[in-house]
Design a binder for this molecule. Sequence first.
Ligand SMILES: Cc1ncc(C[n+]2csc(CCOP(=O)(O)OP(=O)(O)O)c2C)c(N)n1
Ligand SMILES: [Mg+2]
Length: 560
Amino acid sequence: MTKQLPKTDTSAVNVADYIVERLAAEGIDHCFGVAGDYVFPICDAVDSSAKVKWIGCANELNASYAADGYARIRGAAMLATTYGVGELSAINGVMGAKAERSLVFHVVGMPSYQHQRLHKIAHHTLGDGVFGNFVELSAGAACCHAVINPENCVVEMERIIAEARRNNQPAYIAVPSDYALSPVVSADVKPIVPRSNEAALQKAMAIIAERINKAKSIVAFPAFTISRLGLQKEAQKAIEALGCPFVTTLMEKCVIGESHPQFAGMYAGAVSEPKTRQIIEGADLVLDLGGVNLNDITTAAYSGQLDLSRFVTVGLDDVRIGDQVIANVRLEDILSELAKLKPSSAPYKGKPQGLAPVNGRPSDKITMAALYPRYAAFLRAGDTVVLETGSSSLGVTPTILPDGVRVEAQVLWGSIGWATPAAFGVALADPSRRTILITGEGSHQLTANDVGAMGRFGANVIVFVLNNSGYLIERALEENPDWTYNDLAPWNYAELPKALGCANWYTARVTTLGELDEAMKSARASKAGAYIEIMGGKMDMPPALAFAHGQLKAMYGDTP
Ligand SMILES: Cc1ncc(C[n+]2csc(CCOP(=O)(O)OP(=O)(O)O)c2C)c(N)n1
Ligand SMILES: [Mg+2]
């Protein structure tokens, strides 16, 4: 990553230009957002920047999801919204990025300092002359924040960037509109790059090495943060040097190729393969690389038996071994130290799991049993799959996928509608890969309007929308699947790209396997985007969801 401060002759540069240039130096070349008068100076600075392009989204929530998707690929993203009405609409997406450790710089244009000083009654306020009402709310969705003025701008930007990088979480930057147009007061600062304390690193490694030497069985547990920080190769090297098996939860789907000989399967508590479960639950030492998130989804309703006292947890910025915490140690440094180890015995070799065979006849209706193996056969190295919360993610994640496929999902935060704009952000972040969106139609209804932005900005996403007449995952998680609140307005999904202005997109609505196979071929061949509406059965669900459907009392407890 290039890290250069914008030219030090800051006297000629205004605050808005400085902020945009400084964020560009973090490897950002798109800014997602919705314009508004208080944020005009920031919008103008982006529009006139040679480095950063303005990406207007249909609303701020979409923009925040798109920025999250972009940040997952690029390491950081820029989001610009207007005061109050704009920033509050973005909070869900920014908070999701905080939960899932994705670095979004949220820049908000505030009313001018002059109007703030005079307590003017202004639009987008509560009419109380108070201008701090929303700063606290937006700041709560970030890990750090600053209200910028010309004097603090240079220093605060360095502090904010360093702190956001340290945590890999969003930062909130509020800029009064008159200050945004004032010249920056220069200050002599250098970028602060988070680094390990050398002594702490040596101490942590000594303890880890001792634990490794003593352990009869070791398993590596790479966390989702590995991909957020772009450390996939470093993690793979460390795991290869360790020679032990590795296991992932569904938050780390494909973080390392699933055909890797040391891959011992996906862990999901009691629904894991017995061998996978035994390897991780029975290990003497679990090397948690990055802070695995053991939530209700990843553990299949806390159904596993992981003994946390056997964990060594390498966080982004510390190492935890039982009650001992060694601070100021970076994950990337531990990975490179681990990569220097020499395995004491031959590396673990698991039984490689091949792709599931494609089944069904061309004239058959599309069933979930036939759909998920088809996704696996369709996907190839160089694809990035963005998975929506819902039955689709429960169908795709247990399916073995080809090496070189990258998967992004919002498993912990789980805000439906995320995946459509996130796929847009992912596609802009790396056009050299093909972005594939797999979503249910219910989730898609929340944010489908930004399929228009995909067309407008040439993001050639291949979109799969499963139309199963409502919220299937919710039907499956209830005794009565027919509550009307799980029904939806019956959109003609396949007609959306045309209505939303996507020129030359391939579109299809498919009901049989033969039609699906043809549509998949045409979508792959499309030079523009593609959109396939898949007609599924109202209660046809993938096995993981069917399992949950049969376990409702165990999952939620009996009716009192
Ligand atoms: C913002 C938000 N609102 C509501 C929910 C609750 N919720 C979780 S999944 C889901 C339905 C998903 O339906 P669909 O996208 O059609 O997928 P399906 O399971 O039918 O394949 C809902 C409403 C949520 N997770 N996030
Ligand atoms: Mg649905």
